[in-house]
Design a protein around this ligand. Sequence first.
Ligand code: DGL
Length: 269
Amino acid sequence: MAERPILFFDSGVGGLTVLREARVLMPDRRFVYVADDKAFPYGAWEEPALKAHILALFVRLLERFDPEISVIACNTASTLVIDALRDKFPGHPFVGTVPAIKPAAERTRSGLVSVLATPGTVKRQYTRDLITNWASKCHVRLVGSDRLAGLAEIYVRDGFVDEDSVRAEITPCFLEQDGRRTDIVVLACTHYPFLVNRMRKTAPWPVDWIDPAEAIARRALSLLPAADSEVPAKLPDRSDIAIFTSGKAEFASRRLMQGFGLVLNGGSL
Ligand code: DGL
């Protein structure tokens, strides 16, 4: 039984889409899920302030939980701060989540790819560099959505989302050009896979929606020492925990975490 947990970090509930894949791959591991809800949405922050905020938060998180690795299950944070986190904490392994532009470029047949993300991720130099390095032969449209992460938060907590709003947010992803159509949409925000069925329903034509969650979980697994062949059961007093930085998770959020098998840890950060 590995004693040190794996820490998952996001601005809200989006990182749960990655955690659920990690759980399947690493059933013997203990997880700490941190939702920085006090600062949600990250997509609206100015870059220097968000970077300083996340670096300061990680000083406290690493001290408090002493994780074996940390997974930044958030594109908006990773594309801004992953290099700075590695520089600031050189002994600690970080797994980032960045837009899956390379797999999209490999898979597209029409050559028209859209990247759906927060406004923060869309403006990052990191994202632009991914396009230059891996997708120079494709036409990549960056679509920044102000509302989708918030809609996903509402949907997972309350079970309802306004489909017209989802349609309005995804419509700019669909492009027709010289008889070709967009055939891939990269879900470059970890909140979005929660809404993918609504996206399929409201999309003007079928596309491949790329969710990199499994690949991220596999990357995390590859950084850990090999597990024993026998999978030991988790000890009852070592449950997985969730923390909300506000310290004020409402009832629906608490229920959601419970549904994911996470025990809410009270107090703020
Ligand atoms: N889940 C985050 C991401 O992957 C973003 C949500 C937010 O705007 O805070 O980008």
